[in-house]
Write a protein that binds this ligand. Structure first.
Ligand SMILES: Nc1nc2c(ncn2[C@@H]2O[C@H](COP(=O)(O)OP(=O)(O)O)[C@@H](O)[C@H]2O)c(=O)[nH]1
Ligand SMILES: [Mg+2]
Length: 215
């Protein structure tokens, strides 16, 4: 007789990127999907600007090999406001990280988030890799995550640019942390239509499982 195996794990995920790229939206929509509720795009309509560290807890059941895991993803969503922008209407990313850094023990996955219809948000990831680099450990995975896939037309950021962007981020991280061995990938999603969100959820769960196996 075989005993079904079920293991519970917790991991930490931080999306970073410019304001309004959809960091908060993706965490809220993954929550809806993970509960098995129907996602109709309504939930992202009245999301407010992030002025502090937001917490979202998502639990998903995923099977890898012979084991089924119940993975709790603790999303830590910081503001996309840069310290240098001098915006007085909320806390910057830097201020928030300064306040919470002792609480942030480990990040399993960083989501470098950009809006596929905004080249500026893609190029600005060079800024965000500096900011989040010191919170990463040697096994932290990252995803170069394009949002707003529902608005994409043929003319925007090419697959080649995306691949080059991922290579750039990899090199920047390795410069900061020569011992870094984390995995990385690219993915485009829509928090409005829900496209590719189940793929994202499974990848996040898989990353947490892998980092626990390594320990
Ligand atoms: N069409 C579309 N709108 C999105 C998507 N993701 C987020 N939004 C919208 O983009 C705006 C900014 O999203 P928000 O999650 O607040 O971005 P954040 O500042 O990075 O946390 C909101 O009005 C969302 O409704 C998406 O995939 N598609
Ligand atoms: Mg936000």
């Amino acid at each position: 007789m075989t005993v079904p195996m079920m293991q519970s794990l917790t991991g930490f995920v931080m999306p970073v990127g410019n304001g309004a790229v959809g960091k908060t939206s993706v965490s809220r929509v993954l929550d809806v999907i993970s509960r098995g509720s129907k996602h109709d795009g309504e939930i992202i309509r009245d999301i407010r600007k992030t002025n502090n560290l937001e917490f979202e807890y998502i639990t998903t059941k995923q099977t890898f090999g012979k084991t089924t895991y119940s993975v709790t993803l603790q999303f830590l969503v910081p503001p996309g406001q840069k310290e240098g922008e001098g915006d007085q209407t909320g806390r910057s990313f830097e201020k928030v990280i300064e306040i919470y850094k002792s609480m942030i023990r480990r990040l399993d996955v960083v989501l470098f988030t950009y809006d596929v219809v905004s080249l500026e948000t893609f190029h600005d990831l060079a800024y965000w890799v500096d900011g989040v680099g010191k919170l990463m450990n040697d096994n932290t995975h990252f995803i170069l995550l394009g949002t707003h896939l529902d608005l994409k037309t043929a003319s925007e950021i090419t697959m080649e640019e995306v691949r080059n962007g991922m290579e750039y981020l990899r090199k920047e991280i390795l410069m900061m942390k020569p011992s870094w061995v984390g995995k990385c990938t690219t993915l485009e999603i829509s928090s409005l239509s829900g496209e590719n969100l189940p793929v994202l959820l499974r990848y996040l769960a898989g990353s947490v499982v892998m980092s626990h196996i390594k320990e």
